[in-house]
Ligand binder design. Sequence first.
Ligand SMILES: [Zn+2]
Ligand SMILES: [Zn+2]
Ligand SMILES: [Zn+2]
Length: 487
Amino acid sequence: MEPVCPISSSCATEISTLLSPPSPPQLQEYYHNIFSATLCSGITVKQDHNFGKGLYAAMDFKEDQLVLKDQMLLGTQHSFNKIDCFVCSFCFRFIGSIETQIGRRLYLRELKANESHACDVGSSSNSIQNCHEMDSSGEEESTLQPCSGSFKTRVPLPEGVVESLMNGQLRLPCSDKFSLPPSVPCSGGCGEAYYCSMLCAEADWESSHSLLCTGESSDPRRREALLKFVKHANETNDIFLLAAKAISSTILRYHKLKANCPKEKLKYDASCVSDNSNFSLLLEAWRPISMGYKKRWWDCIALPDDIDSSDEASFRMQIKELAYESLQLLETAIFDKECEPLFSLEIYGHIIGMFELNNLDLVVASPVEDYFLYIDEMTNPDKEEAEKITQPILDALGEDYSTCCEGTAFFPLQSCMNHSCCPNAKAFKRDEDRDGQATIIALRSIRKGEEITISYVDEDLPFEERQASLADYGFRCKCPKCIEQEP
Ligand SMILES: [Zn+2]
Ligand SMILES: [Zn+2]
Ligand SMILES: [Zn+2]
């Protein structure tokens, strides 16, 4: 049964206005503001009739030169990664200390192993589990297998060690060289969100978390609905959590705009497409998201390899149903009559589609890995002394001690960058990058006026494989390399 969303039809006019592409001046203004905020002087965004947006060099860049740092608009850590990495919920810096990172991870892993042992028997598998969660299934012992990695090679620590790592009683040798910002818990009391600073805590609260916090202080009915929404997202696809942030941030921006807008101006500006005189404010609040979206999720998601093309229609329908399930849970939790169009399946599908299409991996390297490498590079007798303490911990962590923070994020500038199989730039994490910003570095010298391109896929793959992967992004590549290699 095709899901029918009443808001999609009752707000059809507003929805189509929200989904119509921004005008060139709006586009220029939006990116101009981003450039001035991030102090990027060397680039411009240009709109092209055929290829959409593109990023161009406004100055010459040398090989290896930093082209830009792109501040994420929205981001979220993957649910399965939360056990392994304790990071700021806003900027994704690692927080706490090396000891809390390790202690918390061992503790939560143990907890999860016990939990899944108790309640995983015969639980139904949902249609599109996160691929990482699927990958980690060592079938025969899946009830004992925690999040990822090789359980068998891990050697548990003596009793009490994990606790003293978490409460700070046990200090690891030289860990002071890897100091991390202390963790600041969410003031709403959800116990889910932690930050690297009050600044991040306040920024997140203002941008979306005040609507999505499941703390005790929120209305109990809303809280229960939110918890259901989050559970559903964790069990199906955590991209819904990012979509919820997109909607919440739009609602909060809308209310901020309304509060700052004089009453007379509101009446004067009354939008012609709606009897809701505040619709023009909603449009403005929606602007950052409108720069990115392209297609509905269920229309653009790539067909998984294990699904036959004859089942494509029913697969896409399933995806649509899943999105509607999630949206209804979110609606129960945070519905806002003044922002009603945002709760339509049409808008929800476009938001998720934008995340799906825009190549948005968020990766932050782990300081725990750096720490163990540091110990490994020490010289004797210090090394021997240190390893008496660190080796049992390394054994307890197992092979995947170096897991990075992983998530999904939307980067406004990176999302405008077009693909080339012979790109002149790449998205890169440098050693000094300790947060979720995207850094773009020149791979060779780039001349002023040249388009800046990155590769969405491994550019060393053979021609056919490249084209197949790029088909997931909805285009056939006609870069110089592809034109030359076209059979
Ligand atoms: Zn932070
Ligand atoms: Zn909270
Ligand atoms: Zn190509």
